[in-house]
Design a protein around this ligand. Structure first.
Ligand code: HPA
Length: 279
C-alpha cells in the first residue's frame, strides 16, 4: 500500500501543492531540482554538496506521495536558497517501475511548478550507449527519446518539444564547467526505458540505432511536464556504466554516481545561483 492509493491523480497533485504552498508561506521559488540515483544525500551535505541554505524539509509522505523505494534515493522535498535563488530539491525520485502512475511520480515537481518554479534541473544516472562515452562522464542532456516511455500530460496538451532542454541553460552550464576547470562536457540524447531491468545487448544496439547516446529509467516525463508548465529545463546525467553489459548492478551505478557528485554539485551550485530565465 502506498500513501496515494484510492486518490485520484488530481487529488495527489492538489495535496502536494497545498502542502508546499503552506510551507513556503509566500516565499517565491526559482528552481526545482530532482536528484537521481546516489545524489540525494550527497548534494545536501555541506562539503561537496550544493551549498543549499536549508529553510524547510518536508517528507514526501507529508505531501501525500509514496516514499522512493530505491537505494540511493532520499525521501524529502527540501526548500532552501543558493545565493539569491530559492530552490526546491526533491532528494529522491519515484519511478514508474515502482508501480506508481507517472502523475504520482511527478506530483512534487507539479507542486513546485504550481508554486512558481521557472527553472527545472533534472539529474540522473544513465547507461552509456555512445561509444565515445565512458563511465564517470558527466554529460548535459541535449534532447530525448521518450517514445517508449510515459507522459504526464493528459488531454489535448500539444506541447512543442523542439527545444525541451533549454539551449541557453546548456550554454550557461558549459561556461560554468569551463570556468570550474571541468572541461567541455559532452551533450547527449537520453532514451527512456521503463526498467527496472537493465537493457539486453540487442535492446542496447536498437537504442543506439534510434539515435540515443545514454539510457535511463526516468527524466523524460519530468522534462515534458516542466516544459508544458512553461519552465525551462536543464538535464545533467552521470554515465555510470556501459549499457547492456554482463554483470551490471545497482550498487555499481550508485558508486559511480557518488564519485561524480562533487562535479555535479559544482555545476549545479553555479547554475542554480542564477535566474533560470535570464537571457
Ligand atoms: N540502463 C538504464 N538505466 C540506467 C543504466 C542503464 O544501463 N545505468 C543507470 N541507469
Amino acid at each position: 500500500m502506498d500513501a496515494t492509493q484510492g486518490q485520484s491523480f488530481d487529488a495527489v497533485v492538489e495535496r502536494a501543492t497545498m502542502t508546499l504552498q503552506r510551507r513556503l508561506q509566500g516565499r517565491p521559488i526559482d528552481w526545482a531540482l530532482i536528484c537521481g540515483s546516489g545524489f540525494g544525500k550527497g548534494l545536501m551535505q555541506g562539503d561537496g554538496g550544493l551549498g543549499l541554505a536549508v529553510e524547510e524539509t518536508i517528507a514526501l509522505a507529508e505531501l501525500g506521495m509514496p516514499t522512493p523505494g530505491v537505494a540511493g534515493h532520499g525521501k524529502a522535498l527540501v526548500i532552501g536558497t543558493i545565493g539569491a535563488r530559492r530552490v526546491v530539491v526533491q532528494t529522491g525520485r519515484i519511478h514508474p517501475y515502482e508501480g506508481h502512475s507517472v502523475q504520482v511520480c511527478t506530483a512534487a515537481l507539479a507542486a513546485a511548478l504550481a508554486c512558481g518554479a521557472r527553472g527545472v534541473a533534472l539529474t540522473c544516472a544513465a547507461g552509456g550507449l555512445s561509444p565515445v562515452l565512458v563511465p564517470g562522464d558527466v554529460v548535459l542532456i541535449k534532447d530525448q527519446i521518450g517514445l517508449l516511455g510515459p507522459t504526464p500530460l493528459i488531454g489535448p496538451r500539444f506541447v512543442g518539444c523542439g527545444a525541451l532542454y533549454e539551449p541557453r541553460l546548456r550554454a550557461r552550464a558549459q561556461a560554468i564547467a569551463a570556468e570550474a576547470g571541468l572541461g567541455a562536457m559532452r551533450e547527449a540524447v537520453y532514451v527512456h526505458c521503463r526498467g527496472p531491468q537493465y537493457e539486453t545487448p540487442a535492446e542496447t544496439e536498437a537504442l543506439r540505432r534510434l539515435g540515443g547516446d545514454i539510457v535511463g529509467m526516468s527524466t523524460t516525463y519530468e522534462a515534458l511536464l516542466a516544459v508544458a508548465e512553461g519552465a525551462v529545463v536543464a538535464g545533467v546525467a552521470v554515465v555510470t556504466n556501459v549499457a547492456g553489459i554482463v554483470g551490471l548492478s545497482h550498487a555499481e551505478v550508485e558508486e559511480r554516481s557518488d564519485a561524480a557528485r562533487p562535479r555535479v554539485a559544482r555545476l549545479l551550485a553555479a547554475l542554480l545561483a542564477e535566474d533560470p530565465t535570464a537571457s
